[in-house]
Design a protein around this ligand. Structure first.
Ligand SMILES: [Zn+2]
Length: 256
């Protein structure tokens, strides 16, 4: 059965290729530091995707023959790799420096996973790692606003946004949305889960929950239905084979 734990193990191997195994003490510490960092989960998920090379920057989309142009939409000077877009693009360097992390001397070329590991997971504390995750999220949002809507946000705007992230949550279960919005009691074990979610959401600056169609939630839907047919299976060193295809398909249709 696929679980969060097995997902972490897979991601560890992807994040730190060449490490002996997911049971390595050092890599386990790095990985725990990322997932326990004080940041909204979707920002940490983006870092995970960036470390695994599945953020849809132009270099990736061109490689997959979705687009022909791979030049960075922000500076217009270099190929838009994940590292360039999130770390070394000229304006982005300014964001890292002006943030409370004060990072300077960013190399013009590196692998994103190596850079994030050496700056945060190896030596940084949890708080710095959490802030880095949130900065990466707003840098990516800034890039999308520029690329798709022609809106250029300055460094101050980006840093202000990073300190007050709004957390929207989408589900394809209408009953959960209704229960959340109406604050009414529901039958079943998930009343306790909802209660826990309300407590967590109280710590966020802004949180919203909304309904989305199942076609927009294919990965979650696949995992939920697959778990019923494979209830006695445990994935430790791999994952359900169709999962990566679904994630790639989501990425391609969302950003092409
Ligand atoms: Zn650039």
């Amino acid at each position: 059965m696929y679980s969060v734990r097995s997902g972490y193990a897979i991601a560890l191997d992807l994040l730190f290729p060449g490490s002996s195994s997911s049971s390595s003490n050092a890599t386990q510490i790095y990985w725990k530091k990322l997932w326990s960092a004080p940041a909204i989960p979707r920002t940490k998920e983006l870092v995970w995707r960036a470390c695994n090379g599945i953020v849809p920057v132009k270099e990736l989309l061109r490689h997959r023959r979705i687009i022909n142009d791979d030049i960075c939409p922000c500076c217009g000077l270099e190929v838009e790799t994940i590292y360039h877009e999130l770390v070394s693009c000229e304006d982005v360097k300014g964001i890292w420096f002006a943030s409370s992390l004060g990072i300077r001397g960013i190399p013009s070329e590196s692998a994103f996973s190596n850079w994030f590991q050496s700056n945060f997971l190896q030596f940084g504390n949890k708080e710095a790692t959490g802030l880095a995750c949130e900065l990466i999220w707003v840098i990516w949002c800034r890039r999308n606003a520029w690329n798709f809507n022609g809106i250029k946000q300055d460094v101050r705007h980006v840093l202000n946004y990073a300190s007050s992230i709004h957390c929207p949550f989408e589900t394809d279960c209408l009953r959960i949305v209704q229960a959340w919005n109406q604050k009414r009691k529901i039958l079943g074990y998930w009343q306790d889960i909802l209660n826990e979610c309300r407590e967590d959401a109280a710590h966020l600056d802004a949180f919203s929950i909304s309904f989305t169609g199942r076609s927009c939630n294919k990965v979650t839907h696949f995992l939920a239905s697959f778990s019923f047919s494979m209830y006695d299976h445990v994935w430790l060193d791999d994952f359900p084979p169709s999962l990566m295809d679904l994630i790639y398909a989501d990425v391609a249709t969302s950003f092409s």
